[in-house]
Unconditional design. Structure first.
Length: 311
C-alpha cells in the first residue's frame, strides 16, 4: 500500500511540474505578430505597373490591425474603368501561423465570395514572401519583394495554366506616397484621420530605421511625454529618447490601431500596441497630435500603460 501511495504522489508531482513548466501557447491574442520585413510595408503607397499586360495603377494603404495580428492592406484602383466593370478594390489580411510556421492571407475583393473564399498560405525567402492560393480554376501566386536600396515593394503575380506552365499575371511596383493631402482649413475628419495614421506610422518607422533625427522632426516644441518620468519640451523629449536609438536593434515598436480626430480638425488621438522585440505586447501607447498651420501634424502629448483593453 505504501508503494502505491508513493507511486500516486510521484505521478501527481510530475503532473504539477509539467503544468508549471508548460510553455505559453504559440498562437493566440497574447502573441501578436512581429515581422520586421512586413514593418516596411506600413504606410501609403502608389502602385504602378501592368496587369494582364495592360498599364495599371492603384493606391495602397497598409498597417497593423486586429491586436497587431495582421498586416492589413487596402488596394484601390486609380484611373478610368472599362464600361460595365467595377473599380478594383481589395482588403487583404496577412498574418502568421506560428504553429504551422507559415503566413496566412485572406484576400477579399470586388469579385465576390466565390473568388475570395480561398485562404492563401505563404513562406519567406530573404526579402520575399510568396503567397499561394489554390483557386478552383488553378493555383495562383503573389510574391511580395522588398527592395531596401530603393525602399520599394514589387508585387509579382502569376497563374498556373491548364497546361501546367506558369504565366505572369501582373508585375507591380509600390513606391511610398506622401500622407493624404488635406487642405489646411479642411475639417474632413475621415481624411484627417488617415493623414494622422500615416504620420504615426512614419513616426514609428523612425525607431525601426534607427533614425534619431527623423524622430525629433515629429516632436512639437512644447511636447510632453509621460513615462517613468515627465519630459517637458522638445529638447527634453528628444534627449530622453536618444538612448532608445543607440545600437542596431530597436528596443520596441508601435503601430496605430485607433485614430480619432476632433470635429474642428485641430487635434487627434492615436493609440495602439507597443511591442517588445520578441513580438509580445508590452503596453499601449496614447498620443495626441496637433495640426499645424501648414497642415502637418506634430505630437504634443504621449503616454503609455501596460496592456489594456481597447474600447
Amino acid at each position: 500500500m505504501r508503494r502505491l501511495w508513493l507511486l500516486v504522489a510521484a505521478l501527481a508531482l510530475i503532473t504539477t511540474v509539467g503544468r508549471a513548466e508548460a510553455p505559453p501557447p504559440l498562437d493566440g491574442p497574447h502573441r501578436p505578430m512581429s515581422d520586421a520585413l512586413l514593418d516596411n510595408l506600413v504606410g501609403a503607397w502608389r502602385v504602378r505597373g501592368t496587369i494582364r499586360g495592360e498599364p495599371a495603377e492603384q493606391r495602397l494603404t497598409a498597417g497593423w490591425a486586429l491586436n497587431h495580428q495582421f498586416m492589413q492592406l487596402e488596394f484601390q484602383g486609380v484611373g478610368t474603368v472599362p464600361a460595365g466593370e467595377p473599380r478594383y478594390e481589395a482588403r487583404v489580411y496577412v498574418g502568421f501561423d506560428n504553429t504551422s510556421e507559415r503566413y496566412v492571407a485572406h484576400w477579399i475583393d470586388v469579385f465576390g465570395g466565390r473568388f475570395s473564399g480561398t485562404l492563401g498560405y505563404g513562406t519567406r525567402s530573404g526579402d520575399s514572401i510568396t503567397l499561394r492560393f489554390e483557386y478552383p480554376d488553378g493555383p495562383f501566386e503573389n510574391t511580395f519583394t522588398w527592395h531596401p536600396e530603393s525602399k520599394a515593394w514589387q508585387f509579382a503575380l502569376r497563374a498556373k495554366l491548364p497546361t501546367g506552365a506558369w504565366a505572369p499575371f501582373a508585375d507591380l511596383t509600390a513606391t511610398a506616397a506622401a500622407p493624404p493631402a488635406v487642405p489646411a482649413g479642411s475639417t474632413d475628419t475621415t481624411a484627417l484621420a488617415e493623414q494622422v495614421r500615416a504620420t504615426e506610422a512614419a513616426f514609428a518607422k523612425t525607431m525601426a530605421d534607427r533614425d534619431y533625427a527623423a524622430f525629433a522632426s515629429f516632436v512639437a516644441e512644447e511636447a510632453v511625454f509621460v513615462g517613468r518620468s515627465v519630459l517637458r519640451g522638445r529638447r527634453a523629449v528628444t534627449e530622453g529618447w536618444k538612448p532608445y536609438f543607440d545600437g542596431p536593434a530597436a528596443p520596441f515598436a508601435w503601430a496605430p490601431e485607433t485614430v480619432v480626430v476632433l470635429a474642428s480638425g485641430a487635434l487627434a488621438l492615436s493609440s495602439g500596441p507597443v511591442l517588445e522585440p520578441d513580438g509580445r505586447r508590452g503596453g499601449t501607447f496614447k498620443s495626441v497630435w496637433r495640426r499645424e498651420p501648414d497642415g502637418s501634424w506634430k505630437i504634443v502629448l504621449d503616454s503609455g500603460c501596460p496592456p489594456c483593453e481597447q474600447r
